[in-house]
Ligand binder design. Structure first.
Ligand code: B1M
Length: 223
């Protein structure tokens, strides 16, 4: 019991340090602390949700307040991405057969890729066949890839408010086509309500909720 409490305290301190190092734009520190947190028994999910993600939130706040500018956003993103590269092997593929095919991307007009990359890693780790189209993806490209692969689910990410209209356009285009699958959306520009308004089948606040929702959507498609 005492050991568990000590481990939890150590993890909490490491996650706090990670948040600070992201805001300090300290890539080397972020990498070292990520490795230390893994060694202390923290899961990749805890490290992302409790350390790296909140660090990026704080960076966004500094940007809003005029303390940070685009170069700082880029440096924080680079630090986060290198931590994700270290975490990737810890989110191991757990199935030999694919439960379904997902086409994923950040919508046109938006170049934010980190959240979408986490969703891709988490889905792929669960065995899904993930086709990541990258960022700034036009509606037609989502549609073409989904039809080419007979995708079960199309997943779209948007972080800037201006890109939500492109997401709505993509959903409408998929609905008007022969696409028979489901659509899930996420990213800081969306809420559950706005996701519903644009006609998505599901919204997820983070990559782990996305995984649960994608599993349910695939069951719907299959039944
Ligand atoms: Co920009 N940016 N940015 N940025 N950036 C935000 C998004 C912003 C909120 C900052 C702020 O003002 N507070 C703001 C948007 C405001 C708005 O429109 N509402 C903003 C802005 C304004 C801009 C520019 C316009 C700045 C400029 O040029 N003047 C510009 C836009 C460029 C463009 O896209 N056309 C810009 C550029 C950039 C960089 C390129 C420098 C860089 C991104 C680098 C990269 O991705 N390679 C960047 C960054 C780093 C940020 C912040 C600080 C961090 C984003 C991030 O990576 N978060 C961001 C502030 C913030 O979000 N609070 C900000 C961490 C990531 C793990 O979270 O992506 O939300 P997130 O993903 C989460 C969930 O949302 C969810 O799961 C993830 C966690 O598990 N999720 C999904 C995401 N996608 C999902 C899909 C799903 C399901 C769940 O299903 C398919």
């Amino acid at each position: 019991m005492a050991t568990t409490t000590a481990t939890t305290r150590a993890t909490t301190e490491l996650l706090e340090r990670l948040r600070e190092q992201i805001v300090a734009l300290d890539q080397t520190g972020v990498e070292q602390t990520t490795l230390e947190a893994l060694a202390a028994g923290a899961s990749a999910q805890e490290i992302i949700s409790g350390g790296l993600g909140p660090g990026m939130e704080a960076v966004g706040k500094r940007f809003e307040e005029g303390d940070f500018f685009v170069p700082e956003l880029l440096l924080s993103a680079r630090a986060m991405q290198s931590a994700l590269d270290l975490l990737r092997p810890h989110l191991e593929r757990s199935a030999d057969t694919s439960p379904g095919t997902i086409v994923l991307g950040t919508v046109q007009g938006d170049v934010h890729e980190i959240g979408k990359n986490i969703v891709a890693i988490v889905l792929a780790a669960d065995g899904f066949d993930v086709h990541d189209l990258g960022e700034d993806v036009p509606p037609q490209e989502f549609l073409d890839k989904a039809n080419e692969l007979g995708a079960d689910v199309v997943g779209m990410s948007a972080l800037i408010s201006l890109a939500v209209s492109k997401m709505a356009e993509t959903v409408a285009m998929l609905r008007e086509s022969d696409f028979k699958g489901r659509v899930i959306v996420g990213g800081a520009a969306l809420t559950r309500e706005s996701a519903e308004q644009i006609g998505a089948d599901a919204f997820a606040a983070d990559a782990w909720e996305a995984l649960g929702n994608v599993r349910s959507l695939i069951q719907e498609v299959a039944s």
